[in-house]
Write a protein that binds this ligand. Structure first.
Ligand code: ADP
Ligand code: ZN
Length: 300
């Protein structure tokens, strides 16, 4: 058994910045932040040094790591906790778990940033009380985490739902920008794709720009597929694009409702407005995700 409200540690490892914290529950005790450099050994060495100092000052009971990916999350694999095959230069094959937790001697858990965010939303945010829920970020990329009964879903791999293909508007000829798939959802509807479509940044587009109807249709297509596949109680949409445009979510609700066509009971347009929502934790979801991973290790 662990003591009530033990000190825990969390690392949010993002593509551009990384944050380390110690906390009790989600109450941050200490915090530090650095840019994520091109040399993983240097970046992770800095983080590991901070964690070691913090642990010496006051030992923490567990470490949670919420990282960009893709990650190997098969505990039976020799590559468990490694980043694999990322487009981020220099980072493919990095042993994130080993470099951050190897010398600490405390239990450590690693998962994707979006699985962590999903766990955190389930524990403290918009998905409290939901047995099956999803967190989707629409930002520089599109990615999602699925939580079932309090645990992130992993099959042979973690979900990579940003790369599904969605049905396009018939007159939309944009080729898409995903380097692997072209016009997968990420290639059509993430921030850089929107910028490529419009010729200017996503945040500079007017709310009535015709691009938003296309993006909402494509994201709505994923919503309908997730609902038909997982029947989730909640889908949280975050990220710079997902949260940056107040008009986007209502358009996504309408697109999803149209695609579902009234087939499922309890999924009217009005009901979908309660199922597909913005995060409850706002910008804290990443760090809270790392803390939720640490708490899960302690059986809390
Ligand atoms: P990341 O995905 O890198 O973690 P964000 O979730 O902040 O970061 O997403 C960054 C993307 O979101 C960029 O492509 C940016 O153009 C886009 N973005 C940021 N703010 C807005 C906004 N208000 N409206 C639409 N797009 C936005
Ligand atoms: Zn893709």
């Amino acid at each position: 058994m662990t003591s009530i409200n033990p000190l825990i540690a969390g690392v949010e490892l993002g593509g551009t910045k990384c944050i380390a914290v110690t906390a009790r529950g989600r109450e941050i005790v200490s915090r530090a932040q650095w840019p994520t450099g091109d040399d993983p050994a240097a970046t992770l060495g800095t983080l590991a040094g901070w964690l070691a100092d913090a642990h010496r000052a006051e030992p923490f009971a567990a470490l949670g790591i919420a990282s960009f990916g893709p990650l190997c999350l098969d505990p039976a694999s020799a590559d468990y906790g490694f980043i694999i095959n990322t487009p981020k230069p220099g980072w493919s094959g990095t042993n994130v778990l080993g470099l951050l937790a190897g010398d600490l001697g405390v239990p450590a858990a690693i998962d994707t940033d979006v699985a962590g965010a999903a766990l955190a939303e389930g524990r403290w945010g918009a998905s409290v009380g939901c047995p099956v829920h999803v967190y989707l970020t629409i930002g520089t990329g599109i990615g999602g985490g699925i939580v079932v009964d309090g645990k992130p879903l992993h099959g042979t791999f973690h979900p990579e739902m940003g790369h599904v293909r969605v049905r396009r508007a018939p007159d939309d000829a944009f080729a898409g920008v995903c380097p692997i798939h072209g016009d997968c959802l990420e290639g059509l509807a993430a921030g850089p794709a929107i910028a490529a479509r419009a010729g200017r940044s996503a945040e500079s587009l007017a709310s009535d720009d015709p691009v938003w109807a296309l993006v909402a249709g494509e994201v709505g297509d994923l919503m309908a597929s997730l609902i038909l596949t997982l029947a989730p109680h909640r889908i949280v949409i975050g990220g710079g694009v997902g949260q940056g445009q107040a008009e986007l979510l209502p358009l996504v609700h309408e697109a999803a409702a149209g695609l579902l066509g009234g087939y499922l009971p309890g999924h009217s347009l009005e009901a979908l407005r309660r199922v597909i929502v913005h995060p409850g934790l706002g910008g804290d979801a990443g760090v809270c995700g790392a803390l939720a991973l640490a708490l899960a290790l302690l059986g809390d």
